[in-house]
Design a protein around this ligand. Structure first.
Ligand code: ATP
Length: 324
């Protein structure tokens, strides 16, 4: 193993830069040449890369986004695309690759490994929705961003005796909603993992709150719920019509994907990047680096992709009890 590549793929997440830095510097420390492949699998298909030095990753540990940029690449999903990527990798002399991204990116990493380019995946997504890893890079920073925004929304809710419906990201998972629901004291937290009854869980909860003297209300809804059911805006309209409480909807959107990574994200990203190099330097590919509790572990990609984890139902239960 002489030369490895590193790329970021899929949606970006705070801490991806810290992982890139770790891969580059741990690789150099092992005597490897490291190429930074640009724009995810697009760069691998088109041969877009920079030769990385310890200095090319200076001053990025604390920055959000990804210096290598990220992309979604349809062509790479085809067999011809994977073949072309392996040929480009050969041309530029890559012996191995580290892919930082989500489960779609890992499917690509598996295809590359099977086609002869040992590839290791590092989970980088704010959604925390990788079944084999307790934690994914970016989740903690996103939680802090959402919490800060909701705290501000609370201030203005209080001034006007309002209800706020806040839609947060998470794709098909409710991790962000469930955690901030508890940390922000939401009256109702609506996630895709749990069936909800709008009348009972939202309208009734607000009406009962009003009877108990509540003057402000916070409803958190995960995007995975709104895309198939009622939108946050329609939810707000219904709440106002049926309870008489003035209600506003806020869709936090991409603010959740940016910002300087938290301590936790920098530490996990640095450890995972280092660990990925430990595998790839031995020519070990087709693995996903993951966390199990506080430990860094690794799984076969297919095994990892087939694993699932459960949203902690206690978070929702405690949230409900404490929002009385
Ligand atoms: P996130 O969910 O955080 O956005 P992700 O990695 O799941 O991250 P995707 O858009 O699903 O994001 O995947 C990123 C890229 O990985 C795709 O553009 C594509 O090039 C590749 N990819 C996705 N799914 C597959 C697949 N089934 N087989 C091969 N490659 C895939």
């Amino acid at each position: 193993m002489k030369k490895i590549g590193v790329l970021t793929s899929g949606g970006d997440a705070p801490g991806m830069n810290a992982a890139i830095r770790a891969v580059v510097r741990a690789g150099i420390n092992q005597g490897l040449e490291v190429l930074g492949i640009k724009k995810g699998y697009v760069g691998l298909l088109e041969g877009l890369y920079d030769e990385m030095t310890a200095r090319s990753v200076s001053d990025i540990l604390h920055r959000g986004g990804t210096i290598l940029q990220s992309a979604r690449c349809k062509e790479f999903k085809t067999q011809e695309g994977v073949q072309k990527a392996v040929e480009t990798a050969k041309e530029i002399g890559l012996d191995g690759l580290v892919v930082i991204g989500g489960d779609g990116s890992f499917r690509g990493a598996r295809d590359l490994s099977l086609a002869g380019l040992p590839t290791v995946g590092i989970p980088g997504t704010i959604d925390n929705d990788i079944g084999c890893s307790d934690y994914t890079i970016g989740f903690d920073t996103a939680l802090n961003t959402v919490q800060e925004a909701i705290d501000k929304i609370r201030d203005t809710c209080r001034s006007h005796d309002r209800c706020s419906v806040v839609e947060v990201m998470g794709r098909d998972a409710g991790y962000i909603a469930a955690y901030v629901g508890l940390s922000c004291g939401a009256e109702a937290v609506i996630v895709p993992e749990k069936h909800f009854d709008f009348k009972k869980d939202v309208l009734q909860s607000i009406a009962e709150g009003v009877k108990r003297g509540k003057e402000q209300h916070l409803i958190i809804v995960a995007e995975g719920v709104t895309k198939d059911n009622i939108s946050a805006i329609d939810m707000a309209k219904r709440i106002e019509e049926e309870t008489g409480v003035e209600t506003r909807a806020t869709i936090l959107g991409h603010i959740q994907r940016g910002g300087n990574p938290s301590v936790k994200d920098r530490v996990v990203a640095s450890k995972m990047g280092y660990f990925a190099v430990e595998l790839i330097k031995e020519g070990i590919g087709n693995r996903i680096v993951a966390t199990k509790g506080d430990d860094i572990v690794d799984y076969d990609i297919l095994e990892g992709l087939n694993m699932s984890k459960k949203l902690d139902a206690e978070l929702l239960k405690i949230s409900e009890i404490l929002s009385m």
